[in-house]
Design a protein around this ligand. Structure first.
Ligand SMILES: NC(=O)c1ccc[n+]([C@@H]2O[C@H](COP(=O)([O-])OP(=O)(O)OC[C@H]3O[C@@H](n4cnc5c(N)ncnc54)[C@H](OP(=O)(O)O)[C@@H]3O)[C@@H](O)[C@H]2O)c1
Length: 186
């Protein structure tokens, strides 16, 4: 597994902390050397980052988990996105990649916590290419407790991204790392 950063040495430092064979690279090298790439950067830097990685990401599955949210005294709220969603913006830039939206609601805190053995949530997966969404569902299912559930085409990613604002409100009120479960689906 490769962690990308704008600063390769910063990525390597984090990779060293994580161990387990993880390596750190510049974002460009990470994208070029990977088959499946997860984009997890703040909304502010999303378009600019991807515009610089078009060639490196061509032919790859790109998983976008970016939530275009603002924050004020009342909490989190959805920001307007001309393309409809962050994932659709990614697809409009990465025209030679298979863009999939997923992992928007998973808490990084839980993922990083070595004492958390299992995470009780579904991951909603959206995209326009069946092979790519199947792959990302399988990737999600490798995390104990998690199920990847197909949730529609990429044009349906906006409400998944903005729903994160509701989950953040739930987390604040109930002091939780909340997730979602889809019922009646095997
Ligand atoms: N945190 C969560 O639990 C969580 C869960 C689901 C989805 N998300 C989504 O994942 C994204 C990242 O969240 P995060 O909490 O990981 O945020 P973060 O810690 O602020 O950002 C992650 C990394 O993005 C890079 N970055 C920061 N600004 C950038 C810019 N302008 N251009 C390019 N790269 C930049 C930084 O790495 P370098 O400085 O090393 O380049 C930073 O370490 C967000 O869109 C969020 O909505 C977060």
């Amino acid at each position: 597994m490769i962690i990308g950063s704008r600063d390769a040495s910063r990525a390597q430092g984090i990779a060293d902390d994580l161990g387990n064979g993880v390596v750190g690279r510049s974002n460009e090298d990470c994208a070029a050397q990977s088959d499946v790439v997860i984009v997890a950067v703040p909304w502010d830097g999303h378009a600019q980052l991807l515009q610089g990685l078009v060639e490196q990401l061509a032919g790859k599955v790109v998983v976008d988990c970016v939530n275009p949210l603002g924050f004020d005294k009342q909490g989190a709220f959805a920001l307007p996105v001309p393309e409809g969603s962050a994932a659709q913006q990614a697809a409009s830039i990465l025209v030679q990649s298979q863009v999939v939206g997923a992992f928007h609601h998973i808490s990084a805190v839980l993922l990083l916590d070595a004492d958390v053995a299992t995470i009780d949530t579904d991951v909603l997966v959206v995209g326009d290419d069946r092979a790519a969404t199947d792959l990302v569902q399988a990737l999600a299912a490798r995390i104990s407790g998690i199920r990847g559930v197909y949730a529609g085409r990429l044009r349906n990613c906006g409400q998944i991204e903005t729903f994160t604002a509701n989950l953040i409100s739930i987390n604040r009120r109930y002091k939780a790392h909340s997730g979602i479960r889809v019922t009646e689906v095997d």
